[in-house]
Write a protein that binds this ligand. Sequence first.
Ligand code: ATP
Length: 258
Amino acid sequence: MDSKYHRTLSNLPLGEFRYYEKIGSTNDEALTWASKGAPDFSLIIADEQTTGRGRTNRKWYTPPHSALAMSLILRPSTIEKKHLSRMTGLLALSLADTLKNFQLDPKIKWPNDILLKGRKTAGILVEPSWLGDTLDAIVLGMGVNVLRNSEPPADLLSYPATSIESELGQPIDRDKLLGDILKRTLEWRTRLGEPIFIKSWQAYLAFRGKRVQIEDQNHKIVIGEMRGLDSDGGLMVKDERGKSITIRFGEAHLIPLE
Ligand code: ATP
């Protein structure tokens, strides 16, 4: 266990905490732990992930000693179950607020990435855990490039990457960053169903008002102007014929065109 993390986390109303020097994927471990009864708001942190995952099993790189790899287990309340489509927003908004507090200018590349100066700094992966047909838990996973060494080599990436250290011009403590993110996650969680949640999430959207291309999970391509978020966190776009279209989360893949 890493005592530094323990100190930071001891003042927060966490469930339980597990720390790993090296792990396959924090989300995989969290899904297993959730199925074995992890309490609400339990947290897994790993210094290094060897099989970190993005969406559709794309690889998420977490080299040692430089990144934040975390997975939170939520036992959703009845109200939270009505707002599952806002769960990616919960982490995105919490990280974006934290980075803004460091005087950075974070943007959310809908649906699941955080950009600094147009480069990917963090990725979010939300996965449900089912018991039969009952939703038992939700795992909120996030990988953040904190120190410069966490930036993967450009030839491994489909989108340019950066780190908080590169954009800030100085290193920051991973445990302080984690504490700040979790405080905001706890706060935003209580406001998940409120209009301010969507409004604040939307305020961080990258490429708003710009021309974008979105490929949905059925590989249908929409090109149009990004308008904002609907109340489910879906992306509203005005297509080239002026028709309003809302794209749901799923595996939607967004490419800026200008
Ligand atoms: P894209 O990166 O093309 O927008 P995506 O958002 O759908 O795709 P995700 O599933 O969110 O991708 O994340 C996986 C992708 O992120 C990988 O395919 C890789 O290109 C990139 N990636 C992996 N690790 C990192 C990292 N540490 N920092 C920045 N980008 C990364």
